[in-house]
Design a protein around this ligand. Structure first.
Ligand code: FES
Length: 150
């Protein structure tokens, strides 16, 4: 592990289910309240002491500059690897009305419901009606694995 390693338990090798198909989330319960204005992307999060480490993919499946969707305990997350040593993880829940955000074909993560787009670099809303950034989680490249702390 590197200096940026969150202090948690060893990765659990229980969640390797990758989500590659588009499936907009249904349910008004997941819908968020109307946005009040743009928000700054959150700083790099520190894994809470009770966060569990989840090995979500082989590092080889997320080459530098690429994006990937994964599932952890039934929830969808989006990954972006900006460099060989770093990986960023976001909850794939649109901050507009709660649809599932997808990896998308373009550079940005994309919400199919009303076409909001989010920057893979920091989760910021960059297009469409969403104003707030995606929720971010601690993540790292740990040897051959991508680990997300949820
Ligand atoms: S729910 Fe994502 S853009 Fe509206």
């Amino acid at each position: 592990m590197t200096d940026s390693t969150p202090a948690t338990t060893a990765p659990a090798h229980t969640s390797r289910r990758r989500v590659l198909a588009a499936a907009p989330a249904a349910g008004a319960a997941a819908a968020l309240a109307a946005c009040s204005g743009p928000a700054e992307p959150s700083a790099v999060p520190t894994a809470p002491s009770d966060a569990a480490a989840h090995v979500v993919a082989p590092a080889a499946d997320l080459p530098r500059g690429s994006k990937l969707a994964v599932e952890i305990d039934g929830r969808n997350y989006l990954l972006f690897r900006p460099s060989e040593t770093d990986v960023l993880a976001y909850r794939a829940l649109c901050t507009h009305q709660g649809c599932q955000v997808m990896v998308g074909e373009a550079d940005a993560f994309q919400c199919p419901c009303h076409n909001s787009e989010f920057s893979p670099e920091d989760g910021a809303a960059v297009a469409g009606p969403a104003k707030d950034p995606l929720e971010r989680f601690a993540a790292e490249i740990d040897g051959e694995d991508v680990v997300v702390y949820v």
